[in-house]
Write a protein that binds this ligand. Structure first.
Ligand code: PEP
Ligand code: MG
Length: 758
């Protein structure tokens, strides 16, 4: 019998022989368990595979009763083998019987064994089986032995991948079973419905060849892959464009440090020397790293180890020639991208003719990639569970971006019902399209104005497509959020000029920087705040860093030279703040006038100045404020969160309080009435204006101008054109004195009874 210290090399050499020569999967398994038992001086070696998703079945054993093969079954989580499967972690016990999870199966005859070591068999990060060795004595298995067993487990995963272990019937059943359960529920990031085929944004990596007898060639491959990995990181570090927003310099520095780390490379090379391919060696180091990660409680160190995990994935992508994203290949028609997460520029890289939806495991509806998806009209859902990434490339997918549901391999009846849904939605969209150039006029002849919210150049497409009369809110912070550094005056002005050009003479209301809160920018370091929405954000930052606002205003004045400039300030809390902001603007206007003495074209031909109304305190200062400004824009997203003391970002609170309720509508009505008294134009630019039923309530309390997402213009216009304002107004008025939590139900019934299309 081989002495232990030579064992790993010998084990791999022999494994290689078995994998190359044995006739079929069953025979390979039998020979592998025998080899492991001999090589590791264990009395028992057994392998269990997962069947039907939840059951671990004994497939081969050396040492236990052979009659137990295909008979002994454990649930995932049951007994020690089930425990290894449930935790996906190795278990190494000198006295297994003392472990609280120990259960004894009489048919196996295993009661005489004391020590046990089990490792998970992983395929693409998912547990597909468990490999176990046992000894009669209370043996302490050493670290090297654990690693050897893990290597064998990797090779066994290869057997699973080959598909030969299960009958064609079983494989078919497994697919059906998965299809029946492959329904994921998440959050809607961009509304819409789509049917298509799954394409992984970053190709899945699955090591399919583990063993080699040409170590020098593998080392050369490793060298090449490390080289391209380093080049990739260098490129990421030098990029200043939107592509890498959010990837902080520090993280990339750590990546580079790891990528150049000699220790890491030497570890991989040592494993290659023992007989594994380069990618299998990387996977093995990664596996050890994961085991270490589980044992570390320091969050910083864990974070670094998870960076290393990501880096190992990247290295393996280079080794397998899969370094790019799916954007670099030709997409199938109707592709639906599946990704952990992605940046806005990643999404923009794709062929929009073929891309029809995106499913993200992570992400957030306020992330920029979601904003871009909304602007492009691509349905996007996110915040799904981990298992999402187990779907197969090429599977049929349905995205219901209304309810946030995704189906993979949907059964025919679901497919049918969604196709009908998609069809009727398309009919609706075509109807909205018909309304594009028609006025937003009620049946009794009251004209409303519909504007769009925008923040990126591509949003201006939405202005055109929707037929809206202008941009009621241009969120200038997006340009800053997607930049690695502070945009200078020149590029800022160029960007605003482009926006004005694209608006083709329709008005655009630029809101000055609304950063902070949930909108971080990489160039401004902020303290951790307990309540960022109530914290150092928007105009408050501008007063503490006045150059930011001065340069932005300068860029806006330059960009709008010879045209009208509409400008407003975010998060104004009292009159003095508006005065201060306006004073900064006036100073810049003076500067511009002095610089371009006599040249009228160097300045905007008309400058209109307004404020966002997002802070409730401002409502009680309107008598003093309104005479000072040209317009007001109600930011209902923030106003509602402050009014109801209800965090707009917290999913647990989503929908808890309703703007279609007496207190909210009375508050909004008091603002509209005041603005009307002073003859100051007022718009509402928060999300609530985009839902037909809410828009109905807003128009009934006196709003005549809404700024909404381009996709909402059609539905809201359709609602407006089907209503008789003179009948809605008194009805809503009569509801405002009630004490209901919400008036939505009553208003919806009224709308249905009166043929209002909501
Ligand atoms: C608002 O608060 O309603 C608003 C329009 O601003 P933002 O959503 O950008 O905070
Ligand atoms: Mg706001």
């Amino acid at each position: 019998m081989a002495p232990i210290n030579n064992a790993p090399r010998q084990l791999l050499r022999r494994l290689h022989g078995i994998m190359a020569n044995a006739d079929n999967a069953e025979q390979r398994l039998t020979e592998i368990v025998r080899l492991v038992a001999n090589n590791m001086i264990a009395e028992v070696c057994s392998v269990y595979f997962v069947r039907g998703g939840e059951i671990l079945e004994l497939f081969a054993t050396e040492g236990l009763n052979k009659s137990a093969i295909h008979k002994t079954r454990l649930r995932v989580g049951e007994g020690l083998v089930g425990y290894v499967a449930a935790t996906a972690m190795p278990l190494n016990l000198s006295n297994a019987k003392k472990h609280p999870r120990y259960v004894y199966r009489p048919e196996t005859g295993e009661e005489i064994y004391h020590s046990l070591m089990g490792v998970p068999i992983l395929r693409s990060g998912k547990v597909v089986g468990v490999l176990v060795i046992q000894n009669k004595t209370q043996r302490h298995y050493i670290q090297e032995e654990e690693e050897s067993l893990q290597t064998v487990a990797m090779v066994l995963a290869e057997l699973v991948a080959s598909g030969d272990l299960f009958s064609p019937q079983e494989r078919h059943e497994a697919t059906l079973e998965r299809a029946a359960t492959s329904r994921f529920v998440g959050s809607v990031f961009a509304e819409g419905m789509a049917e298509g085929v799954a394409v992984f944004h970053e190709p899945k990596i699955e090591v399919i060849k583990h063993l080699t007898d040409d170590a020098p060639a593998e080392k050369i491959r490793l060298e090449g892959a490390l080289d391209s990995l380093q080049k990739q990181i260098e490129k990421m570090m030098s990029a200043e464009d939107v592509r890498h927003q959010g990837e902080h310099r520090e993280i990339l520095d750590v990546y580079m440090l790891f990528a150049k780390d000699k220790g890491w490379k030497e570890k991989i090379e040592a494993i290659i020397d023992s007989g594994l391919t380069a990618e299998a060696a990387v996977e093995k180091v990664q596996l050890n790293n994961k085991v270490r990660m589980q044992k570390i409680s320091d969050p910083y160190l864990r974070e670094r180890l998870s960076d290393l995990d990501d880096l190992a994935n990247r290295l393996n992508r280079h080794l397998m020639g899969l370094a790019g994203t799916a954007a670099s290949k030709i997409l199938p028609d109707k592709a639906i991208l599946i990704a952990e997460n992605m940046g806005p520029a990643d999404l923009l890289d794709y062929d929009r003719e073929r891309l029809c939806g995106v499913v993200l495991r992570d992400g957030s509806p306020t992330a920029h990639v979601a904003i871009v998806a909304r602007a492009l009209g691509i349905p996007m859902v996110g915040q799904m569970e981990e298992a999402l990434l187990e779907v197969a490339e090429g599977e049929n997918v349905i995205i219901n971006g209304i309810d946030g549901v995704v189906y993979f391999s949907p059964p025919p009846e679901i497919l049918q019902s969604y196709r009908e849904n998609i069809e009727s939605r398309n009919v609706m969209l075509a109807e909205y399209e018909q309304l594009r150039d028609k006025p937003a006029r009620t049946l009794d002849g009251v004209d409303m104005e519909l504007l769009v919210n925008a923040g990126l150049t591509i949003d201006m497409d939405g202005l055109k497509r929707s037929g809206a009369s202008g941009v009621g809110l241009f969120r200038t912070e997006f340009q800053f959020m997607v930049s690695a550094s502070l945009p200078r005056v020149g590029p800022q002005a160029e960007f605003y000029r482009d926006i004005l050009d694209l608006a083709e003479g329709k008005p655009v209301v630029f809101r000055t920087l609304d950063i902070g809160g949930d909108k971080p920018v990489s160039f401004l370091k902020r303290d951790d705040e307990a309540n960022p929405a109530l914290g150092w954000r928007a105009i408050r930052i501008a007063f503490d860093r006045p150059a930011l606002l001065r340069y932005q205003v300068r860029a806006l004045l330059n960009a709008a030279a010879g045209r009208e400039l509409n400008i407003m300030f975010p998060m104004i809390s009292d009159v003095s703040e508006f005065k201060m902001a306006k004073a900064i603007l006036n100073k810049e206007i003076d500067r511009q006038e002095k610089r371009h003495k006599g040249n009228k074209d160097a300045l905007p031909k008309n400058i209109r100045v307004g404020t966002m109304l997002e802070v409730p305190a401002l409502i009680w200062q309107l008598d003093n404020l309104l005479p000072l400004l040209d317009f007001v824009s109600v930011g209902s997203n923030d106003l509602m969160q402050f009014f109801f003391a209800c965090d707009r970002e917290n999913p647990k609170l989503a929908g808890r309080y309703d703007p279609v309720s007496p207190p909210a509508l009375l508050m909004l009505k008091s603002i509209v009435d005041k603005c009307n008294d002073y003859d100051v134009p007022i718009t509402l630019c928060g999300e609530i204006g985009g839902k037909p039923i809410t828009a109905l309530a807003l128009l009934a309390i006196g709003f005549r101008r809404l700024s909404i997402a381009p996709a909402s213009v059609g539905p809201v216009k359709m609602m407006i054109r089907s209503m008789d304002l003179s009948s809605v107004e008194p009805y809503l008025e009569s509801l405002l004195s009630r004490s209901d939590h919400s008036l939505r139900g009553l208003l919806t019934t009224f709308a249905r009874d009166h043929g209002i299309k909501i």
